[in-house]
Design a binder for this molecule. Structure first.
Ligand code: SAH
Length: 218
């Protein structure tokens, strides 16, 4: 079974390279290294490397491998950087970020306590003991550890939450799905420069909704 997963992983990554999505050697290294099967429910282990989202606990999902590749290529993380992930889910995204920033600091925040515990447990078991998992409302960011070089939002926002922009350093990069709850969103890239805020639309995506103060009131 391990060999089968390894083969599927290489196929998914080769495809993402062939279509020009996966470009950076550091991101490829991280995708090869993190054992995605440790971040899915036991009953989905064999499907861990199908390039699709999978249900985890609560109503949450672990995003598809290609989605992490797209978000990580966009924010261009460097070793030593300080990164906030909003929406820990399985913890898989945080593990990938940690592999890229290495000695840098990774903070991931999750609003659903059960999901927060799931992420914490998975990260620990996979050996990512220094990733900080916070249980709370990430739509307000996490000011205590700010400012960040990068913020990755993995739940769909009505608009990019103001506190997240405030908590970015100058030169900081953010990605977030912005748009409605049903029917998908646009993945928005935002960069905070000395001259101001620069944004770019990276195309259509589908994420679960962001809850909390700056999220959707449901
Ligand atoms: N990055 C995850 C996938 C996240 S799915 C992974 O690697 O597996 C989106 C997650 O965002 C869900 O777990 C959901 O509970 C969480 N979420 C929604 N609103 C949030 C908020 N305001 N703060 C933190 N997490 C939130």
């Amino acid at each position: 079974m391990m060999e089968e997963l390894e083969k599927q992983k290489r196929e998914v990554l080769a495809h993402l390279e062939a279509i020009g999505r996966l470009k950076s050697p550091e991101i490829k290294r991280a995708m090869l290294k993190v054992r995605r099967e440790l971040f899915v429910l036991p009953e989905y282990k064999e499907e861990a490397w199908v390039d699709a989202p999978l249900p985890i606990v609560g109503k949450a999902t672990i995003s598809a491998p290609h989605m992490y590749v797209i978000m990580l290529e966009a924010v261009k993380l460097k070793p030593g950087e300080r990164v906030l992930e909003v929406g820990s889910g399985s913890g898989y995204g945080a593990a990938l970020i940690k592999e890229i920033v290495k000695r840098g600091k990774v903070i991931t925040i999750e609003i659903v306590p059960e999901v927060c515990e799931f992420a914490r447990k998975n990260l620990k078991r996979a050996g990512y003991k220094t990733v900080k998992v916070i249980c709370g409302d990430g739509s307000q960011g996490f000011p205590k550890e700010a400012p960040y070089d990068s913020i990755i939002v993995t739940a769909s926002c009505p608009e990019i939450p103001k506190p997240l922009i405030e908590q970015l350093k100058v030169g900081g990069r953010l990605v977030a799905p912005v748009g409605g709850i049903s029917g998908g969103q646009d993945l928005i890239y935002l960069e905070k420069t000395k001259e101001g805020i620069k944004t770019e639309n990276l195309g259509p995506v589908i994420f679960l909704e962001l809850k909390g103060k700056y999220g959707w009131r449901t």
